[in-house]
Design a protein around this ligand. Structure first.
Ligand SMILES: [Zn+2]
Length: 450
């Protein structure tokens, strides 16, 4: 039989108490002795209010629950610092207090269960498995916490036909809003977390829709990636630092980047923004730019799904006025979080384009350095030999020179990579991607010279 809510809450509260640190606090023996005396009195009254008082309003009850939890934490801190101050009698009363809190919170949780579809089926124990959500119980009660845990954190969606998922009161499946198989049932909006907690399966309506919309023209899937660049070229026009975002816009409702093909790509590019520090802003610009393009360059008005690996932007993108208004142009806009390792294509695109899109003055600078390269390399070799011979008496002079040459070489190794990439681009039509090995080689040259 499944554990009762009251027992689960009790267990989590005990975990919360154990997590208190006893060492950090000021706690001198004298003040702890005093605290324990006062604590005993307070605990008795808290037990009274939580166990006996039947005419308390919910807000008064909450107040006592809150006080009781704080006293419980104080008790645990003192218990860690000076365990000999704790008498068995107090220990028993504290335990009774925790049971009283758990009982009150279980009543609230029961209300939550009744008021929410499938609420009676939520597996509370599983929600706390392998995480430290219990720490939040200090500042809120179990029903608030359950609500918070079950709220979805993997996507946000807005629009006339938001892409939410729905559940019925007792069913074993989850659905689209317009499920043809649920005509007489009441559907309520849910979250993937609740769906997983209840172990619900996708209804045929979900599978049909995914299949149907995979190639459908009323859907666009966008992969965006962003980066703040520290550009070595200190040009006045270009700025020493710029950020960029890359995007791949595909036709259809894709579920991952593995579904990107040459046939379904509509647009693919990199753009620059002047933002220097806040990565979230770059991602928001990327979302705005792709919506703008779809609405005005392509006259698209259907459903958009944007994948990003920036979790905070996924949560907050529509708080920006521009994004909110742009999203109103479409049937729906859903921004979904994917882990970085599943967003590699947009990421690689950004890196490669970063090199290919250097401004003309930089190319000229590259050219100058290329012509000097063999000489520089020779000089560098010679300098190194001499450095070994005259190291003791001429150390300072040469190390300075070396630093200077080394700087040139560092630029040079970057440049040769860029040059190779450009050549490659003209030979082949698809976009090149800078390999990690080449970057390592570039670094090795640098190290070797040093
Ligand atoms: Zn359905």
């Amino acid at each position: 039989m499944a554990k009762a809510d009251e027992d689960i809450i009790y267990d989590q509260l005990i975990k919360l108490g154990i997590s208190v640190k006893g060492t950090k606090a000021k706690g001198k023996l004298k003040s702890d002795t005093e605290s324990i005396q006062y604590l005993g009195g307070r605990v008795d009254s808290e037990i009274y209010y939580l166990e006996e008082a039947t005419n308390l309003s919910q807000s008064e009850l909450n107040k006592y629950i809150c006080r009781a939890k704080n006293d419980f934490m104080l008790f645990n801190a003192i218990n860690k610092r000076h365990p000999d101050l704790i008498k068995p009698n107090l220990l028993r009363r504290i335990d009774r207090l925790i049971h009283a809190i758990a009982k009150q919170e279980a009543i609230l949780l029961q209300k939550y269960r009744i008021q929410n579809p499938n609420g009676n089926r939520i597996n509370i124990e599983k929600l706390f498995d392998g995480n430290n959500y219990y720490k939040k119980l200090l500042n809120c009660n179990m029903s608030q916490l359950v609500k918070e845990i079950l709220a979805d954190s993997t996507y946000t969606t807005v629009g006339k036909n938001r892409r939410d998922i729905f559940i019925t009161e007792t069913g074993k499946k989850y659905h689209r809003k317009d499920c043809p198989y649920c005509k007489r049932k009441i559907l309520t909006v849910s979250s993937m977390k609740l769906v997983r907690n209840l172990k619900l399966e996708p209804c045929k309506c979900i599978k049909d829709m995914d299949e149907r919309t995979k190639k459908e023209d009323s859907y666009r899937t966008i992969f965006v990636d962003e980066s703040l660049h520290n550009v070595n070229w200190n040009l006045v026009d270009f700025g020493s630092k710029v950020s960029s975002f890359s995007y791949i816009i595909c036709k259809g409702n894709l579920t991952s980047e593995t579904e990107i093909t040459e046939d379904n790509i509509i647009a693919i590019d990199v753009e620059y923004t002047p933002e220097q520090y806040r990565i979230e802003r770059v991602t928001k610009s990327a979302i705005a730019a792709t919506m703008l393009m779809l609405a005005f360059d392509y006259g698209f008005k259907g459903h958009i799904k944007i994948f990003t690996d920036n979790q905070s932007t996924m949560k907050s993108w529509m708080t920006e006025n521009k994004n909110k208004r742009l999203s109103e142009l479409f049937e729906s806009v859903t921004v979904e979080y994917i882990p970085r390792e599943d967003n590699t294509k947009a990421d690689q695109l950004g890196r490669t384009q970063m090199c290919l899109k250097l401004p003309m003055p930089v190319y000229k600078q590259i050219g100058d350095i290329i012509t000097e390269f063999p000489k520089l390399k020779q000089d560098n070799e010679r300098l190194k030999e001499r450095e070994l011979e005259d190291f003791l008496d001429r150390e300072r002079e040469y190390s300075q020179k070396l630093a200077h040459e080394n700087n040139y070489l560092r630029n040079m190794s970057m440049i040769s990579i860029i040059k190779e990439r450009i050549k490659y681009l003209f030979q082949k039509e698809h976009l090149p991607v800078m390999a990690v090995d080449e970057l390592k080689t570039a670094k090795n040259i640098q190290l070797h010279v040093e």
